[in-house]
Design a protein around this ligand. Structure first.
Ligand code: HEM
Length: 277
């Protein structure tokens, strides 16, 4: 490194340290240096993942869900009755119970049921936790360094997912599993783990993760207001790539969701209603 470049890096580091005491100075210096060559190409790829692809993948998710729902609704009804006996007195309430309490699973596979309940409840909190990072939708105090649940939500989705994955490796489920079953679970596992590392770092380590929740809030704010600003300006440090990988996995998940088994989320209640009516 030349003397001038060294001096620039040091002054960038001290400026960043003055602006945000929690920011790692070395990382801030590295993100402040103008990139050329391969590093510049990586910067462009990062930008595409962190901004335009977020919108494209969410649009693909919405169009995919509508398309799948319409296709399934238009298909011929099954040639056998779905009705459950004995008939429930209140079909709506019974369908709600079937959908959210899954009594049949509880009866036959109680351990699986516990993990299913934990996973689904935590997933709702996970959605709220992400919405909380958007400043306009904030649920926790603005100064809070924690994601909703202070890292516990990450544990509560990751542990059941590990259980679901290990369960598939054992007979008799192994024999009826296809590669896409494992791929979906692995995609979710890595998506969770990259999110966990950021959230657990912010909640459980003394200095927090390199990028604070407030820094993520600025990024989410730009996304929600369609500013198309480069998130690099508000997310300093080389750990930025944890966020980029997390977002890339999230985008893959959004695009695949309409074609995966997760579509049961949208059909569970209508099908239970059909069976109870
Ligand atoms: C474009 C979409 C997404 C973005 C920009 C995003 C961003 C983030 C960020 C910045 C964090 C850390 C927040 C903090 O430390 O304050 C995080 C955590 C997390 N994210 Fe995402 N995320 C996205 C989508 C998803 C999706 C689709 C899933 C799962 C299906 C997911 C699962 C997680 C998990 C499990 C955590 C850790 C939660 C905890 O420990 O409480 N994310 N995400």
């Amino acid at each position: 490194m030349s003397a001038q470049a060294g001096a620039d890096a040091v002054s960038a580091a001290s400026a960043a340290a003055a602006a945000a005491t929690t920011t790692d100075a070395t990382s801030a210096a590295s993100s402040a240096v103008a990139h050329t060559g391969f590093a510049l190409v990586v910067d462009h790829i990062d930008y595409i993942i962190m901004v335009p692809l977020v919108y494209v993948s969410i649009l693909a998710l919405l169009v995919g869900i509508v398309w799948r729902v319409v296709t399934i609704m238009r298909s011929a009804p099954p040639p056998y009755p779905l009705r459950l006996y004995p008939a429930a007195r209140n079909a709506g309430l019974a369908a709600l119970g079937d959908t959210f309490a899954m009594p049949q699973v509880r009866r036959h596979r109680p351990v699986f049921w516990v993990f299913l309940m934990l996973y689904h409840a935590a997933f709702i909190l996970l959605i709220l936790g992400h919405l909380d990072i958007i400043p306009q939708l904030r649920l926790l105090p603005a100064g809070s360094r924690h994601m909703l649940g202070a890292g516990a939500v990450g544990v509560a989705v990751t542990l059941p997912l590990l259980f679901f994955l290990l369960r598939r490796l054992r007979s008799p489920l192994r024999e009826i599993s296809v590669p896409s079953d494992y791929l979906l679970l692995l995609l979710l596992l890595f998506l969770f783990l990259f999110g966990d590392m950021m959230s657990w770092g912010n909640s459980w380590s003394p200095n927090g993760f390199v990028m604070t929740k407030q820094a993520f809030s600025k990024y989410f704010d730009g996304l929600s207001r369609l500013t198309f600003a480069d998130p690099r300006a508000v997310l300093p440090g080389s750990h930025y790539h944890f966020a980029v990988i997390h977002v890339l996995l999230a985008e893959s998940f959004f695009v695949l969701l309409p074609f995966s088994k997760i579509m049961h989320t949208f059909f569970s209640m209508p099908i239970n209603l059909l069976r109870r009516r």
